[in-house]
Design a protein around this ligand. Structure first.
Ligand code: BTN
Length: 247
């Protein structure tokens, strides 16, 4: 059960790193690490996840999937976060492929999954969730202020996590069970239903190497983004993407 054991920490570099250490020492699936503050919070593509004290949720979950295809875990995590925020706080989060949680185009949080292997066998996945909870605008770094928001900014009141967290663990458990039972298509379809990018809309995929303009044509069974450009389809995976821009 996800969230059955929660390790609360005042401050650490990154909850993903603490969870990885625990997993390597044999910790069970479902254990969660939550920190009040991170001094070296990690974002996707080696970016920093600025994590001021008691402003955000900085959480990492240890998973030990029985299947090696784990590419849909970031997508199902987004769905679980969306569902739990909607049900306990009443805010409608949209999911921007590959791992952004957004509200009216502003970034509300993100997901960072990291895998651990024993030889060539997948041993664990660390599912990191960063959510902007009680940030005021000035609590964000100046360069991200134009693009960021928090639940407090949206709801115009302080947000308590007492209801959200148990609901989040339950939702993660349910969506993760779907994946393990082979219902990946349901995860992809639900992700598309709540996607910030609409099917058929013009987008631009920016990779490390170049920029690809085209039409958002779906998400494949492995969680890859399908871009249609002049009638030809090309699939992109999270690791190669810098960003996806849309009007
Ligand atoms: C992103 O949008 O780039 C992903 C951000 C993920 C941040 C979370 S906070 C908890 C966990 N620990 C980390 O160091 N990163 C993730």
């Amino acid at each position: 059960m996800i969230g059955q054991r929660i390790q609360w920490i005042n401050r650490c570099a990154s909850t993903n790193d603490v969870a990885r250490e625990l997993a390597m020492a044999g910790e069970d699936e479902g254990t969660v690490v939550i920190a009040e503050e991170q001094t070296g919070g990690k974002g996707r593509k080696g970016r920093r996840w600025y994590s001021p004290k008691k402003k955000g949720l900085y959480a990492s979950v240890i998973l030990r999937p029985s299947k090696s295809d784990v590419s849909l875990i970031p997508l199902l995590a987004g769905l679980a976060v969306r569902e739990s925020i909607l049900e306990t706080i009443g805010v409608e989060v949209r999911l921007k492929w590959p791992n952004d949680l957004t509200w009216q185009g502003q970034k509300l949080g993100g997901i960072l999954c990291e895998s651990g292997f024993l030889g060539n066998r997948l041993s664990f996945v660390i599912l990191g969730i960063g959510l902007n909870i009680n940030h005021k605008l000035e609590d964000f770094l100046p360069e991200i202020r134009p693009f960021a928001t928090s639940l407090k900014i949206i709801r115009k009141e302080n947000i308590a996590l007492d209801d959200l967290l148990p609901r989040l663990w339950q939702a993660l458990d349910d969506w993760y069970a779907l994946l393990m039972e082979g219902h990946g298509r349901k995860i992809v379809d639900s992700f598309l239903e709540y996607s910030a990018l609409s099917l058929g809309k013009e987008i631009t995929v920016v990779t490390d190497k170049r920029t690809f303009p085209g039409i958002f044509a779906g998400i494949d069974a492995n969680g890859g983004l399908i871009l249609e450009e002049k009638g030809r389809k090309k699939t992109f995976f999270s690791a190669e993407i810098e960003t996806v821009k849309y009007p």
